[in-house]
Each structure stands twice: as C-alpha cells, then as structure tokens.
Write a protein that binds this ligand. Structure first.
Ligand code: ZN
Length: 313
C-alpha cells in the first residue's frame, strides 16, 4: 500500500527534475534576409507547455562567423537554438548580443558557450551590472517556477563586453550599430541595427501585436525608443516577441497604444479617479488592441505605472 504514493512521488520528482539534459522541442528558423535567420518563438509567458521558450533568437552569418542575438530563456532553449543554427551554417558563433536583462533573452548563453567557448557576449552596461547584482538569480528562479523545474540546470552566463549608444561593431564585413537607452522597456535595452542590410532588432522595446510588461521600464523611455525605431525606417524589423515585419505599421500601432493609454490615464487622474476605476475605461478605449498577446495580463500594471510617472512630472 505504501508503494503507490512512493511511485507517485518518484514520477513527480522525475518530471520536475528532468531539466539538466533536456532540449526544448525544435522550432525551425525562418530566413528573413540573406544570411539572417530568426526563430519566432511562441508568444506568451514562460510555461510548462512552451518549455520556457517564447522569445525570438536570431543569427546573422557573416564572412568571419556567426553573430547571435538573444539565444533564449534557458540552457535547454539555448541548445535547441544552437542545433537549429548548425543546420544553417558550419561557421562558429563568434559574438552574441543580448538585448536586455530579462532572462527569457539571455539564459541560453550557457548553451552557446558549451558549443563555442570563445564567443564574446555583449550587452548594455546596466544589463551586466543588474545581472551581477541579483537579476541572474531572480530570472533563474522565475524560469524554474514557471516551468515547474524544466529549466533546472541552467546557469547564468553573464556578458562581459559593454555596448554603448551609437557604438558600431564591425564583424565579418557587417556593421552592428547600437541604439541604446537607460529608461526604456527594461532600462538595460539595446536595439541592434545591421547597417548594410537595414535590419533593426528592437529587443523588447517594440513587440509585434503583444502588450508590454513595463514592470522594469518607463513609458517615457519606451515611447522614445519606439519612435527611434520607427524613424530609422529600416527595411526589416525583428521585434523581441512577435513576427518580423518589413512594414513599420506595427511600431506605429505600439506608439498609438501608449499614446491613448497615457492620455486617458492623465485625463482621469486629473479628475481624481483611481486605477481600478480607470481600468474598464481603458479596456474600452484600447479595444482595438484587445487581441494582442498579454493584453489583459498587462493593462492593470501599465495603468499603475502611468499614474506613477504622471505623479513624478
Ligand atoms: Zn522578452
């Protein structure tokens, strides 16, 4: 009689600790331009179902090697990205750009260094600082919790090379130009432009049909970054989440969403309304966007943050 609960416990613990040697199920890349590939991850938050994987890893095959952007959320996701990358080229990864401190974008670094130990990992100076000061553990724990242990075995491999706004990295005949700020989506954000190809990787400063979790950022900064991405008038935009597009309408849509939200919060704030009174009004005013991923999940938080920013003006 004692065997049944024991088996149940064993089955559960096997499931929960299956992480270290696992690889996320394959997600094939799309070739979006000559030598440029993107895996468009499923949209949403990390979960048991998506095995933590929900961002857009991308790589550019240059004359000298491969430049990888945001290798994913865990060592398990990173290994999947590495396997997919190897199907497109035999060249090694020489450089990795990390768009920001959120773990869904960079905890795959471990898998990159497993395959190419000499790769240089590059990020915003504040990404590196925050990761060293506890964001590493925060994101490892969060990934493990959200996936019920699937990502266990992942270690935080923190970038070592800082990238500054306007800096240009010349790699294998291509120019990687940095557009960064310290007050946008996460306050640690890089957008990366491939000058010769007119491609912009926006990180999470711009999402395609997905409402933004702005817990770590500011409206002021992310609106500025959104405008900057738009004004660049690139031929191709790769957002941090959602589909790649050659049409910048989705960037204008994000700007319009933020503009409506801030304008309405400001109006109701002046009328003395509280956040819970604002929410149904905003849900109505923003109903054109209600099918965006994470719309319901993020609206309340966005209103609270907008009020905080208005109070600081
Ligand atoms: Zn993200």
């Amino acid at each position: 009689m004692h065997l049944i609960p024991l088996f149940a416990a064993l089955a559960f613990s096997t499931l929960a600790s299956a992480g270290p040697n696992d690889v996320v199920r394959p997600h094939p890349p799309q070739k979006i331009h000559a030598d440029t590939y993107v895996i468009h991850g499923p949209q949403g938050v990390p979960s048991v179902e998506n095995q933590s994987f929900m961002n857009n890893p991308a790589w550019i095959v240059t004359a000298d090697g491969v430049v990888l952007i945001d290798p994913g959320s865990s060592v398990q996701a990173g290994r999947m990205v590495v396997a997919q990358l190897k199907k497109t080229t035999q060249k090694p990864v020489t450089h990795v750009f990390i768009t920001h401190v959120h773990g869904d974008h960079w905890l795959g670094n471990q898998a990159v260094l497993e395959a190419w130990p000499n790769a240089t990992l590059i990020a915003h100076p504040d990404m590196i600082k925050q990761a060293k000061e506890g964001a590493d553990k925060f994101w490892l724990d969060l990934m493990s919790n959200l996936t019920k242990g699937y990502t266990d075995g992942t270690r935080a491999v923190i970038p070592t090379v800082e990238a500054a706004d306007g800096q240009q990295f010349k790699i294998g005949g291509k120019t990687f130009r940095i557009h960064s700020s310290d007050d946008a989506h996460s306050k640690t954000d890089l957008m990366i432009e491939i000058v010769e190809d007119s491609t912009l990787f926006t990180g999470d400063n711009v999402l395609n049909r997905q409402s933004m979790n702005l817990r770590d950022g500011t409206f002021k900064g992310v609106i500025k970054a959104t405008q900057r991405a738009y004004d660049l008038n690139a031929k191709l935009y790769v957002p941090g989440h959602g589909k790649t597009s050659s049409n910048r309408t989705f960037i204008a849509d994000q700007k319009a969403y933020f503009d409506i939200l801030l304008k309405e919060v400001r109006r109701m704030y002046d009328e003395g309304k509280s956040d819970f009174e604002m929410k149904p009004v905003l849900a109505e005013k923003l109903k054109a966007y209600k099918n965006w991923e994470e719309f319901d999940a993020n609206l309340g938080l966005q209103i609270s943050l907008a009020i905080l920013e208005i109070e600081q003006e």
